[in-house]
Design a protein around this ligand. Structure first.
Ligand code: PEP
Length: 239
């Protein structure tokens, strides 16, 4: 089963989200081809607009509060996300780690909140360019995988390998590099019984097929290219 997740980040009004949903729906007249799963992670304000009444794709949140409820102005809880129809939640995206300073401790809380609400985490890991240059890729992945220590090993988990230098840069990892990271993460998380692997970082319709086939990944987490329903559909290999 291949899995493709559109991460819209800070993009799209409700009107734009609806236009995307209509276009993607038009690409799926007979439903989603067997062996393919799709999810869309819109901004929270566009969750309803991005929803497919026919359920051909699921909804993901881009972030979740580390706390369950209370005096945390501006936060949205896992329970609220589930109530709004989310099935998945992205945790630890590099923009959350690097722009908003989220580290292992807070991400472990977010994972726990996601589990309490039965949301499936899409947990992002990946090294910076400098860490790669210094030969630290494996130790970075090890530390980031360590955040999952308290996460139940039998619970379904999606791990997205997103090297920071590849995100939004137009410079995707090679299938070999992505495959190597996949093997390393699989080794680190060998106790898990339900694990899927995504690659993310400058995936587009031109590089997707080769990357998917040669990296051994189960699919992609897609940023920029996922803003176009046709590009998202092309990346997912839809007819
Ligand atoms: C992302 O932000 O998860 C991502 C992979 O972005 P892009 O596809 O734009 O590199």
């Amino acid at each position: 089963m291949s899995f493709f997740v559109a991460n819209w980040k800070l993009n799209k009004t409700r009107l734009e989200a609806r236009a995307f949903a209509e276009r993607l729906g038009a690409r799926l007249p007979g439903g989603v081809p067997s062996g393919v799963e799709l999810a869309v992670a819109p901004p929270l304000t566009a969750l309803d607009a991005a929803r497919d009444p026919r359920g051909r794709w699921s909804l993901a949140a881009q972030n979740v509060a580390a706390e369950s409820s209370g005096a945390f102005t501006g936060e949205v809880s896992a329970r609220m996300l589930a109530d709004a129809g989310c099935r998945y939640v992205i945790v630890g995206h590099s923009e959350r780690r690097h722009i908003f300073g989220e580290g292992g401790a807070v991400l472990a809380h977010k994972l726990a909140r996601a589990r309490e609400a039965d949301l499936i985490p899409i947990y992002c890991v990946g090294e910076t360019e400098q860490e790669r240059a210094e030969g630290m890729t494996v130790s970075v992945l090890e530390a980031q995988a360590g955040t999952l220590a308290a996460d139940p090993p039998e619970a379904p988990l999606v791990v997205a390998y997103e090297p920071v230098w590849a995100i939004g840069s137009g410079r995707a990892a090679t299938p070999e590099d992505a495959g190597e990271a996949r093997r390393e993460i699989a080794r680190l998380l060998s106790a898990r019984t339900s694990l899927r692997f995504l690659y993310g970082g400058s995936v587009n319709p031109a590089n997707a097929e080769d990357l998917l086939r040669r990296s051994g990944m189960d699919g992609f987490l897609i940023g920029g290219a996922s803003l176009s329903a046709d590009d998202f559909a092309a990346i997912a290999g839809l007819p």
